[in-house]
Ligand binder design. Structure first.
Ligand code: PHE
Length: 495
């Protein structure tokens, strides 16, 4: 046979186009119609095949349609915020800020006044006034008309209004879709009609087919395995969850068992047990989320007495303690744990002097302002090793082994300070030529172990999970991990 070996849909589409050789462009709907198909995918597939053979050309136009978003629907039903405030203002003899704050809820009054100011409303002596009421009316009308005109193609809309609404949250959304059209080429016109007769094409080899000789005459569907295909969209774990699973597997492989405990803890276990002085700045309200409920978490009196001794004068540890007066009220205050060390230290108290390897990957809370590298809720990878003769070398080797298994063979440690460990160190991992700090570690001080009756050395560490995730996923903004950006999530490697 002459020319390329075309599939039936390709034959049908090309034959139809040959029937109108002067028609310069075929839309998807026209192709569906003339070929009597109702599945877009068949038309697009046939067009793609013909294009690969140079028999048609494809033109793709990306259309951006602007439509109402959630807030926009609401504005359409109830009026834009500025329209409602303006209507209220126009109905008052003397519209004061005070009255406005009673007439509107705080979440509306605040941004609403901002919008009115942009429209030329000023506040003098607590009274709202507009120099040019006509101008305010007309802008509000234009904005309302804009919302009423949606959905529209972005090109048909007023640029200024579009820019205005794009800057406001949740009012409008833009959806892109691609419009395709095809044109027959000279080569396409040259394919003889005989070559475009549709054939019985076998796509599946079945036992029935093989029972007769019919297959000998038939044509087999060819598959071009080099063609691009759509990636299947299947469910999968969130990268953070996948990373946590990987970390778990590594620690389990290394002989650790997992510890899971509550978010709500007492300041006593979160801090006092760890010999963090009661006047330490990190304990202040700025850093810690204290809870009102429950009013307190009662702690064992004997335990608090031994913390008191250690904090005030060092107890029997030979340390001088922090001095000052230790307060049991402070100890019994409830909080959201600021580190998972609160859980490992309690584990130690319950199992004193039992050799163990325990880890946790869990959530902690700190009053941090959200930015590129900080979140108020994040996760720590925590662990302890209790073993007779355990030493600093063993701690460093364990951490190096962990990071090597994660794919980061270059790890270094540097001296650091934590109130509860001595010596203390900082763990750094080399990434793209730079050393990045991922966590802290050390050997628990006697001020921590002595009140719990522990005499065996305890190696301990706490490392940031999100920091590690940023390395693994190559991120420079930590917030990306939690914003449910579906496109981004789909592109993430399987960990
Ligand atoms: N708890 C420390 C932190 O939150 C880390 C750490 C854990 C340091 C255990 C030493 C020992 O940063």
């Amino acid at each position: 046979m002459d020319g390329p070996n075309l599939l039936n849909p390709e034959r049908r589409m090309l034959l139809a186009m040959q029937g109108q050789p002067t028609k310069s462009s075929w839309s998807l709907d026209e192709v569906l119609d003339v070929c009597e198909w109702n599945d877009q995918a068949v038309a697009v597939g046939a067009g793609h095949g013909l294009q690969n053979h140079g028999l048609v050309t494809l033109e793709e136009t990306v259309l951006r349609e602007v439509r109402l978003d959630g807030e926009g629907e609401r504005a359409l039903a109830n009026g834009l915020l500025e329209a409602r405030l303006w209507a209220w203002m126009s109905a008052q003899a003397k519209p004061t800020m005070g009255d406005l704050q009673t007439a509107f809820e705080r979440h509306e009054a605040g941004p609403g006044v901002g919008l009115l100011k942009q429209l030329g409303v000023s506040i003098e002596g607590g009274v709202l006034q507009a120099a040019d009421a006509e101008a305010v009316n007309s802008t509000i009308d234009q904005r309302t008309a804009f919302l009423h005109s949606l959905p529209r193609l972005s090109g048909e809309l007023d640029d200024d209004l579009l820019a205005h609404f794009s800057g406001r949250r949740g009012l409008i959304a833009t959806v892109e879709h691609t419009e395709r059209s095809w044109a027959i080429t000279e080569a396409g016109k040259g394919i003889p009609a005989e070559a475009l007769v549709e054939q019985l094409v076998i796509t599946d080899i079945t036992p029935e087919l093989l029972q007769t000789d019919a297959w000998k005459e038939a044509e087999f569907r060819r598959f071009d395995v080099t063609l691009e295909a759509a990636s299947p969209r299947t469910g999968r774990s969130h990268p953070m969850q996948a990373l946590i699973e990987r970390i778990r597997t590594i620690f389990l492989e290394m002989g650790f068992s997992e510890l899971v405990d509550d978010y709500v803890q007492s300041a006593g276990w979160n801090m006092d047990a760890l010999f963090i002085p009661q006047d330490h700045p990190a304990r202040e309200m700025q850093d810690t989320f204290y809870l009102e409920e429950p009013a307190e978490i009662p702690l064992d009196e004997t335990l608090m007495a031994s913390w008191k001794a250690v904090h005030e004068h060092g107890g029997e540890t030979g340390s001088t303690g922090w001095g000052g007066a230790y307060s049991t009220d402070v100890s019994q205050r409830p909080l959201l744990r600021t580190h998972t060390t609160v859980n490992t230290v309690q584990y130690l108290a319950k199992h004193p002097n039992e050799a163990c390897r325990v880890f946790s990957v869990d959530r902690v809370f700190r009053k941090e302002a959200i930015d590129r590298t900080h979140l108020p809720e994040f996760h720590q990878i925590e662990g302890i090793i209790v073993e007779e003769g355990a030493n600093l070398q063993m701690l460093v080797t364990t951490l190096k082994t962990f990071y090597a298994k994660m794919g980061y063979p270059e790890v270094r440690v540097r001296p650091a300070y934590f109130p509860y460990t001595e010596p203390s160190l900082e763990i750094e991992v080399k990434w793209r030529g730079k050393w990045l700090e991922l966590g802290g570690a050390g050997i628990f001080r006697p001020e921590v172990t002595e009140p719990l009756g522990i005499t065996t050395p305890v190696l301990a560490w706490g490392m940031g999970l999100e920091r590690l995730a940023m390395l693994v996923l190559g991120l420079d903004d930590i917030r990306q991990l939690y914003i449910s950006d579906l496109d981004w999530l789909r592109q993430q490697p399987i960990l």
